[in-house]
Design a protein around this ligand. Structure first.
Ligand code: FAD
Length: 481
């Protein structure tokens, strides 16, 4: 009789789950576990959308297992509890899916060796991405640094075997029969509800599949164009589900490849553009795995001593959506209220913080990490280092987003701005992209800048010039050394 533990982590689903499939197939009795990690949770605010999201997902899995006559063993402790649970349930092995963050790799190494001393095997599988670690390398056997080259190699290598489904659902009978223990309420873990229902992230089971089906039926066909406009909701909103594994990346890629094969022209191109976004995800995972220094340091080490400025007031204004630039402020309000921000706005707000205020990108990265429901170390770090020009395939330093022209181009009617800054609800769009230029006009709408909405905290033209001068000086000093 072979018994094993299955440890759910960032793969919170029963279907098409690689390690779960192997675990159920290779063992007669499987005990599923989830650990709320005290060490991680203790550093979070009491009202945390992510914790609430995880709590709902865990509850859903528990319900599904109860229907099968089994249960999910939920612990509140530390990752090392796995070893205790393995002993308590007298198992031969522990199964889980791989996690590529440096601290998780370290954690898993420690657990593997602790289990090894007890003669308990530890098996981990690729599930989060299509290609992991060093699967896609250059001809010189080096990891790719340039996204386009990585994408081309990824696409060339992709075969149907890479996105095969693991039919774990068919093996649910191999879960051990367990009496259901009640799911502890969120406050047992020291948290209160943060209201994820309003964040386009329903708590309903199968919400990820629902979103994906909707996206495939309509939005993906227009994605190439619509994805740029925050007011159109033209993206998939699947990032949080990919983050916590409530949908399988293989299913997504499988369906999109098939859909693309059946389409032609613009619709096909739109599908391909979306697939390329998913490849960015794999790209940043392999960067994090192969260059773990990026967690704390710039990818390009020449930026280690870049003279970032110290501007606590500017940082606070940025966090609170009080910069006086409506598009930036509306984006920060979206982040602060929903725990989500549109991709273009992530780039615009990051560029504003880094280039127009010369604030260390790591402060912005940390703020996003705290607020984003879809926070993923690899993509967040990649996005911030791209914006800061310190990353592997980053935009050049002189590329500085102009918040006014971005606003005119991507929110021309001010629909997004008005949604998140209701003070402007009745104001014509033409006054919204640079409101300080229309102070007299705004008074007709009862808005006095400095009282009802902030005056700009930086002057774009001056700030841009200053950033370029600092950068050029920094590079000159580097070269002369
Ligand atoms: C500064 C900055 C920080 C970011 N932080 C995160 C983060 O913490 N977590 C996160 O998932 N994404 C992050 N992104 C990438 C991107 O903004 C989000 O993935 C996207 O906005 C999520 O919305 P969606 O699911 O509707 O995306 P869609 O446009 O529908 O894209 C589909 C999926 O592709 C992946 N994807 C898309 N763009 C990127 C990208 N640039 N890098 C990596 N994966 C991508 C995501 O998994 C996304 O769900 C960041 C980007 C920037 C510029």
């Amino acid at each position: 009789m072979r018994r094993a533990l299955f440890w759910f982590r960032r793969d919170l689903r029963l279907e098409d789950n690689c390690a779960l499939y192997h675990c159920l197939k290779e063992n007669d009795q499987v005990i599923p576990i989830f650990i709320f990690d005290q060490e991680i949770l203790s550093g979070l605010p009491k009202q945390d959308k992510r914790v609430e999201f995880i709590w709902y997902c865990v509850q859903n899995i528990k319900k599904q297992l109860n229907e099968q006559g089994s249960d999910l063993v939920v612990n509140y402790g530390t990752a090392l509890d796995v070893v205790e649970l393995a002993k308590r349930f007298n198992v031969n092995a522990v199964y889980c899916n791989e996690d590529y963050e440096p601290s998780s790799i370290n954690r898993d190494d420690n657990i593997k060796s602790a289990l090894g001393q007890l003669k308990i095997a530890f098996y981990s599988y690729k599930d989060t991405v299509i290609f992991a670690k060093k699967e896609i390398l250059t001809q010189q056997d080096e990891p790719y640094h340039v996204y386009t080259h990585y994408k081309n190699a990824w696409r060339k290598r992709l075969e149907s075997a890479d996105y095969l489904s693991y039919p774990s659902l068919k093996l649910l009978g191999n879960f051990e029969r367990l009496d259901p223990a009640p799911m502890r309420a969120l406050d047992h873990f020291g948290f209160v509800e943060a209201g994820i229902a309003d964040a386009k992230i329903s708590k309903a089971t199968r919400h990820a599949e629902f979103l994906f089906e909707q996206f495939k039926a309509h939005k993906i066909l227009l994605y190439k164009n619509d994805r740029e406009f925050p007011s159109l909701n033209g993206t998939s909103f699947l990032s949080v589900h990919l983050r916590f594994g409530t949908i399988s990346i293989r299913k997504i890629v499988r369906d999109v490849v098939r859909l693309s094969q059946a389409l032609t022209g613009d619709q096909k191109e739109s599908c391909e553009v979306w697939l390329n976004e998913l490849i960015w995800r794999d790209f940043y995972f392999q960067i994090l795995f192969n260059y773990p220094h990026v967690v704390t340091l710039p990818f390009k080490k020449q930026y280690i001593d870049f003279p970032w400025g110290d501007n606590p007031a500017g940082f606070e204004a940025w966090c609170n959506g009080q910069t006086g630039y409506p598009l930036v402020d509306a984006a920060m309000m979206q982040l602060n209220t929903l725990g989500f921000m549109h991709n273009r706005l992530r780039m615009v707000t990051a560029s504003f913080l880094i280039k127009l205020m010369l604030i260390d990108y790591r402060l912005g990265e940390r703020y996003f990490a705290l607020k984003l429901l879809d926070f993923d170390l690899s993509a967040n770090n990649g996005g911030w280092q791209w914006s800061a020009s310190t990353g592997c395939d980053a935009q050049p330093f002189f590329r500085i987003f102009n918040p006014m022209t971005q606003s005119q181009k991507f929110d021309p009617m001010g629909i997004f701005i008005k949604k998140y800054l209701p003070v402007f609800a009745d104001v014509p769009a033409k006054f919204l992209h640079a409101p300080w230029q229309y102070q007299a006009e705004l008074l007709h709408y009862g808005i006095e800048l400095g009282r009802d909405y902030p005056l700009p905290i930086v002057d774009y033209v001056h700030a841009r010039k200053h950033a370029l001068a600092v950068f050029e000086h920094f590079m000159m000093v580097k070269k002369s050394r």
